[in-house]
Design a protein around this ligand. Structure first.
Ligand SMILES: [Zn+2]
Length: 290
């Protein structure tokens, strides 16, 4: 198990496998640059003739001496989604949490790095035909700016959009149950945790930083989706709200991690899932934490 001082870090996976083709995922994709990294990326991070990106959807559990915090809540069960691979899932995610010593009732805080469909799903579960908060004893911390964006977006959003429906079934019911706390980035849920804004993938994307005993880890959500973006920070994804701002925030996050020797823990990296960022030329590389 990974740790930082007196805190522990665990990963619980919901699903993992090849998904989007790399050239479809990144509008600034360059085949030659991709191929230069393919040797080490295959098969943990890229698979098949179409260079499908192998990605994991997982949650991070941080246990400090005072709190148990769940960071990003994946897709959830029984949810109607436009993406066929994400539609109406039925995974033993909650059993997996329990097997890690974190039953649903033990969670004190749920934090979402942003409010995309694959980061809010387990916020709620279906009970007698209604969506209710899954983590009954938890406060759910939502970044104010992010919440305001999706609350507004919801009014015009097509149900067939990738994110369609997720605000209504996975965010609003939490607010209506009185379990949500709207936070700014100076909010400190625990003495060992701080929040930093990295806008661009979405307007209110945040990273959550854990620091104790001289060690640091950062839970960065989708500021990067795939390790190729460590090598090419300019490659924002087709799911980014603002490609240029996202690229600037990505580079800033990589610089921050490299300077402070912080363990980078993104939401979708496969393989070892986390690693240390090192400067390389005018870009970066990742040394996996195995
Ligand atoms: Zn995601």
């Amino acid at each position: 198990m990974r740790s930082a001082g007196n805190a522990t870090i665990q990963k619980v996976e919901e699903i993992n496998g090849p998904g989007f083709a790399a050239r479809r995922m990144f509008p600034r994709f360059d085949q030659q640059a991709f191929d230069a990294q393919k040797g080490w990326m295959s098969p943990e991070h890229v698979a098949g003739e179409n260079d499908k990106l192998v990605m994991s959807i997982h949650t991070w559990i941080v246990k400090t001496p005072r709190h148990t915090i769940l960071i990003d809540t994946c897709l959830g069960n029984h949810k109607q989604r436009a993406n066929p691979g994400w539609n109406n899932l039925d995974t033993p995610f909650l059993e997996r949490l329990k097997a890690c010593g974190c039953p649903a009732e033990s969670i004190d805080f749920v934090m979402c790095t942003h409010l995309h469909v694959d980061h809010v799903g387990w916020n709620t579960r279906l009970e007698n035909g209604r969506w209710v908060p899954t983590f009954a004893n938890a406060k759910y911390l939502f970044a104010k700016r992010e919440y305001a964006h999706w609350e507004n977006e919801r009014k015009t959003q097509d149900a067939a959009a990738v994110n369609g429906g997720s605000f209504d079934d996975s965010v609003l019911p939490v607010v209506e149950a009185g379990k949500a706390v709207m936070i700014d980035s100076d909010h400190q849920p625990d003495a060992l945790l701080t929040i930093k804004d990295y806008p661009g993938h979405t307007p209110g994307s945040i990273a959550i930083n854990l620091r104790d005993g001289g060690k640091q880890a950062t839970f960065s959500g989708d500021i990067m989706h795939h390790p190729i973006q460590v090598y090419h920070p300019d490659w924002s994804s087709q799911f980014c709200w603002d490609l240029d701002l996202s690229a600037r925030s990505r580079r800033k996050l990589l610089e921050d991690c490299a300077e402070s020797n912080t363990l980078l823990c993104p939401a979708h990296f496969g393989g070892a899932n986390a690693g240390y960022v090192k400067p390389q030329g005018d870009s970066f590389r990742i040394d996996w934490d195995r």
